[in-house]
Design a binder for this molecule. Sequence first.
Ligand SMILES: NC(=O)c1ccc[n+]([C@@H]2O[C@H](COP(=O)([O-])OP(=O)(O)OC[C@H]3O[C@@H](n4cnc5c(N)ncnc54)[C@H](OP(=O)(O)O)[C@@H]3O)[C@@H](O)[C@H]2O)c1
Length: 256
Amino acid sequence: MAAQPVTVLITGANRGLGLEMVKQMVEGKCLVKKLFACCRDPNGPKAEALQALAKKHPNVHIIRLDAADLGSIKQCSQQVGAQVGTGGLNLLINNAGYLDKSTLQNTTTEGMQTTLNTNLMGPMYMTQEFLPHLRAAVKASKIPGMSTRKAAVVSITSFLGSMQLVKDSYSFFPAISYRISKAGLNMLTVCAAEELKKDEILFSLLHPGWVRTDMGGEEGEIDAPESVTGMLSVMESLTEKQNAAFLDYKGKTLPW
Ligand SMILES: NC(=O)c1ccc[n+]([C@@H]2O[C@H](COP(=O)([O-])OP(=O)(O)OC[C@H]3O[C@@H](n4cnc5c(N)ncnc54)[C@H](OP(=O)(O)O)[C@@H]3O)[C@@H](O)[C@H]2O)c1
């Protein structure tokens, strides 16, 4: 993200990969005009690190958002709209996620609902409600083609949502509701890319690697800074050729 400063929104920005994205975007070489760092409880103990970052960087705006709640998403969209005006929102990153590790035999209605609401319905509502701001960004932009500097929705998915990779990974990590939610997110993204390509809004899916966060656990293969450095570099390189792509943090295409 060079040249023109962009406006960005990240969900689940108070810890893990979301917090690291905020950090690298405002402290690195990305030119960020406004960064809307969204989290469920901005004044709670789990948002202290994010609050500290916002204190240091006035372009970071913390907004309350429960990514699984349509009412909260609508409120957040109104607040963002009031701040970006006709300049719109260039990049929406659906990062908030919930992991339920159940198998088919012990999964519960509650576990399945929370997972689907957070990982699938959330990104769907976010896309619907932020569409006017993304369209405004396209209108305000002078950049040809598609890019994350113009208007894009990047959703953080997982290789666990790949149907082709189930045989190799299910026995050591079942997480059936999580897999279903990420497979649904992948389909949602491909459909959105098809429906909105005429609007020049780019849609892409990124798998962050197996990362040492609360979700990934201590056994993860890489740390959050490495994953996020990779993902930001991939985001920066996206063009219409990667519309509806399913990539990992190194830019490698993953099988559906
Ligand atoms: N870590 C990995 O190895 C890995 C691998 C593949 C994919 N991913 C994906 O990467 C993304 C980030 O994961 P992570 O490793 O950073 O996980 P994490 O450390 O567990 O953080 C999850 C984040 O999502 C937020 N969140 C959960 N439900 C939410 C809701 N309803 N509304 C708003 N925020 C909500 C959490 O906020 P609270 O603090 O309020 O709970 C937290 O900020 C997820 O989409 C995940 O599926 C991670």
